[in-house]
Design a binder for this molecule. Structure first.
Ligand code: B3K
Ligand code: ZN
Length: 879
């Protein structure tokens, strides 16, 4: 087999033929579904070269018939290979009829039409539609669709597709049909079909122009009691998009369907969003606060795509962040407005700095707009989504909300019904604001995390504060030269006497107490005048740009900012930086075999946090949370998983010993038995209480063990139960943990989503026996390699979160992951290429581990690989 070849952005060409209307008829059967397609085609007005053949994409299809304008084609008039159907000569405008056969039941890749628990469903983004029928499978071909779904009436009572149902009826042999029409032109990646034995909950929403929309959530019968939160979230999202962006829904019907086997979180198909059941179903007894919030965010995200993605879509897949970065920015803003804004920002940034920074530093680093790829499925990444959102956030901040909103209005109206590029989006922002965004465009084309070295000093004599900023972006695999970026830095100068933000004047211009300065050069000096007292700078407030910023803060400075910074985000960050300094010392002590000593300044800072009356309890819970092992690892030149684990455990235990009574008081003060609601106040209380309990359990304090046991048995809500079960499972008290796990596993054996949590809790155990337990759990009846949620819960969680055990020095953790990748490569390449990520980061470890990890990558490379896994493994081994 020849190696898969990359495709390049600079090779983009307009489609030769456009589809103006698509008629589909599905006759459903698990082993042999017939798909009859009639495409209304015409030559693109700007592609008038002679003799352009019609080339359609199609994979895993059995072609039964092909005709043009009713004339069946003979053997010499077309050719078919594994990826295309080519028709040599076609008129300017014509009808193409095809009939193909596909086998949904043997589709384990979960792309195209497949079966999940007896239910037919589709996933077409990015290139799944070509597994359904022959088609120009590219986002810049937009057509209206009319779809007839035929199925067995008894086993498939519900037949859904995009748009509005226009006709339904009975057919011979116990079959029935429904015809759907979608009046909005769309690319085929937004096509969807669902057929199954489903039940619905229904609600209504009146749009701002007074149109009445029916909202439906379709689930398996036993999940009917788990849809309230998703429905409420959907209505909030619809209202928010009207209030915030002036965008209303455009069809009379909006449907969400929950399916168990799904590669991603959810999919924004026009009018028929298909969701991973984990991203839609919630119940106080089965879902944690985090899950409730995730569901709200994903429901909103998919809904927001109706404008940012569907009405205005991407010209080609290189532009993926055009819809994803913008839509993530929109869902983040929605969640911030709906819940606690500072906590939302802290959570997002804390995840970003851990996971996206690691991606940027690894072998698969790529720009927000990549310029080449082998397999587009590999590019649904943190860079495209989360860094893309940070770039849009910078634009919003550069322009200010009002101009930004003018820009989005212009973008949506000018490009409605079109497939466009990132230049089109940024062009609108430029047009409404007059701002020169040319340097800013490098954020889209340049990969890697910019690093800023900041230095400052206070000139007493002149009452000036001098700040020097130097930027540098390290080389990434195929980009060695980097340009200086335009980086907005929000900052304040906090007076050390007053503890207040000081008025800032720069080059004679009054900036106020909180302002943005613009770093454009490699190095720039900023002189703030009229600064009456020595300040501590509070830099990159709110994480105003996706960069690493270093400043030589002393521990006193950080303790000071932790108390006085007016920016909640930077107050939290000061605490993280302070903890990092202590952790660095302890990591060094561990490596050198020196006795570990706890920094009292950290203890004092935590005591102040625990005893002062902090208003925002959710922020407090975040402040009490130590940087994760993954985040700490990101900061080390060579990752020493054991030293990191030992140092972090030492800090946690030292704090627990020193502040035992304070943690106990916090726990007691936030216990409550009011009935569960996923609302910010309650969520904050639970977070705070469970953080306190986790400190106390780190030293297995007898009273805490009893409280944990009680919290588990009280069975009040999944947040508390899961926290308690996790603490027991991760402790040395197997006498308590084992019966608790057993009881939990039996009680929830029927609930797949709860069993996923049961898996994750066990494989994050720090004890060395965890690998054996993981192998045992892979044999559990609730586990299946064919279900992506199971793979993520068991294997993904182990490899990414149980760092000491995944990186075991005997290499067994690596071997297990490689075995799974090799199996999944055959079953589900998209998931295989994702789950392999921890192995690709071998450069970050010591030589012994590097060799072990590379050996596993080589073992994978020796297999016959899908393009997905091939692309990732090649990059990883080339690094
Ligand atoms: N647009 C989908 C992505 C699905 C791609 C799968 N290969 C989910 C989302 O971002 O909303
Ligand atoms: Zn999306």
């Amino acid at each position: 087999m020849s190696a898969p070849q990359p495709i390049h952005l600079h090779d983009y060409q307009l489609p030769a033929y456009r589809v103006t209307h698509t008629e589909l008829k599905f006759d459903l059967s698990p082993s042999a579904t017939r798909v009859v397609a009639r495409l209304h085609l015409e030559r693109h007005s700007e592609r008038q070269e002679d003799n352009l053949p019609l080339v359609l994409n199609g994979e895993h299809l059995k072609l039964l018939r092909v005709a043009i304008d009713g004339q069946e084609l003979g053997a010499g008039e077309y050719s078919v290979d594994a990826e295309t159907l080519t028709i040599f000569e076609v008129p300017q405008r014509f009808l193409l009829d095809t009939e193909v056969e596909i086998a949904p039941e043997s589709n384990t890749a979960l792309e195209g039409l497949y079966l999940s628990n007896g239910m037919f469903c589709t996933q077409c983004e990015a290139e799944g539609f070509r597994r359904i029928t022959y088609y120009p499978d590219r986002p810049d071909v937009m057509a209206t669709f009319s779809t007839t779904v035929i199925g067995d009436a008894a086993s498939l009572p519900v037949l859904l597709s995009n748009g509005n149902p226009v006709e339904r009826g009975e057919l011979p042999n116990g079959r029935h049909f429904v015809t759907w029409e979608d009046p909005f032109p769309k690319p085929c990646y937004l096509f969807a079909l669902v057929a199954g034995d489903l039940e619905k909950v229904e609600d209504r929403f009146t749009t701002m122009s007074g149109r009445d929309v029916t909202l439906q959530i379709w689930v398996e019968k036993e999940n009917l009691d788990k849809t309230d939160h998703a429905m409420a979230s959907l209505k909030r999202a619809m209202k928010w998009d009207e209030d915030t962006y002036g965008r209303e829904y455009d069809l009379d019907l909006f449907m969400i369907v929950a399916v168990n086997d799904f590669n991603m979180g959810a999919m924004e198909n026009k009018g028929l969003n298909i969701f991973n059941s984990a991203a839609v179903l919630t119940h106080p007894l089965t879902a944690t606060d985090a899950a409730f919030q995730r569901v709200e965010g994903i429901v909103a995200h998919e809904y927001f795509h109706n404008w940012s993605g569907n009405r205005v879509t991407c010209r080609d897949w290189f532009q993926l962040s055009l819809k994803e970065g913008f839509t993530v920015f929109r869902d983040q803003s929605f969640s911030a407005d709906t819940n606690s804004a500072p906590v939302k920002r802290i959570e997002d940034v804390s995840f970003f700095r851990t996971a996206q920074f690691a991606e940027d530093a690894g072998p698969t680093a790529h720009p927000v707009r990549p310029d080449h790829y082998i397999e587009i499925s590999n590019f649904y990444t943190l860079t495209i989504y989360e860094k893309g959102a940070e770039v849009v956030r910078m634009l919003r901040n550069l322009l200010g909300w009002e101009a930004f909103r003018k820009g989005t209005d212009l973008y949506f109206s000018r490009f409605d019904g079109q497939a466009v590029t990132i230049e089109d989006f940024v062009g609108c922002m430029h047009e409404v604001s007059g701002q020169d965004l040319s340097q800013f465009m490098s954020w889209y084309s340049q990969a890697g995390t910019p690093e800023i070295d900041a230095n400052g000093h206070y000139d007493y004599a002149k009452s000036e504060y001098h700040l020097t900023l130097r930027q540098r972006t390290p080389a990434t695999p195929d980009q060695h030269e980097k340009l200086p970026l335009h980086i907005p830095i929000r900052l304040g100068l906090v007076g050390t006497k007053s503890g207040d933000d000081l008025e800032m004047t720069l080059d004679g211009e009054t900036l106020g107490k909180d302002a943005v300065i613009h770093l454009r050069e490699e190095e720039q000096n900023f002189v703030f005048t009229g600064i009456a007292e020595a300040p501590v700078p509070s830099l990159l407030r709110g994480f105003s740009a996706p960069v690493k910023l270093r400043f030589p803060y002393g521990r006193e400075d950080l303790a000071f900012l932790l108390q006085h910074d007016s920016d909640g985000f930077n107050r939290w960050d000061a605490g993280q930086r302070l903890a990092m300094l202590a952790l660095d010392d302890l990591i060094a002590a561990h490596r050198n075999g020196v006795e570990k000593v706890m920094d009292v300044r950290v203890v004092d800072a935590f005591r102040t946090l625990l005893t002062a009356k902090v208003d925002d309890k959710a922020v407090l819970a975040e402040m009490l949370t130590l940087p994760s092992e993954a985040y700490i690892a990101e900061q080390q030149p060579v990752v020493d998983v054991d030293a990191i684990h030992a140092a972090r455990t030492f800090v946690k235990q030292s704090l627990a010993v020193a502040l035992r009574d304070e943690f106990m008081a916090v726990y007691g003060d936030h216990q409550s038995d009011v009935s569960y609601a996923p609302e910010p106040g309650q969520i904050a209380d639970r977070a705070l209480k469970n953080v306190a309990l986790s400190y106390l359990m780190s030293i297995e304090d007898e009273e805490a063990v009893a409280l944990t046991q009680q919290q588990f048995e009280a069975d009040h809500n999944m947040t508390d139960v899961r926290a308690a079960l996790t603490l027991l499972t991760h402790s040395s008290r197997s006498d308590l943990a084992d019966p608790a796990l057993k009881a939990f596993g039996e009680k929830w054996a029927h609930d797949s989503l709860v069993m996923d949590q049961w898996f994750s809790i066990q494989v994050t155990r720090p004890q060395p026996d965890v690998l054996e337990r993981l192998k045992f759990l892979m044999q559990h009846p609730a586990f299946s390699l064919k279900n992506p949620n199971k793979v993520r819960a068991l294997i993904g969680t182990f490899a990414s979160q149980n760092r000491v055990n995944f990186h075991r020095i005997d290499g067994e953790g690596y071997q297990l992951l490689a075995d799974v990748v090799i199996e999944l490569n055959k079953l589900n390449p998209e998931i295989a290429a994702r789950i392999i990520t921890p192995l690709t980061r071998w450069q970050r470890f010591d030589e012994t581990r590097q060799a072990l990890m590379k050996a596993e990558l080589e073992r994978i490379r020796a297999e016959e690989l899908s393009p997905n896994v091939y692309e990732v493994v090649e990059k990883a081994l080339a690094a």
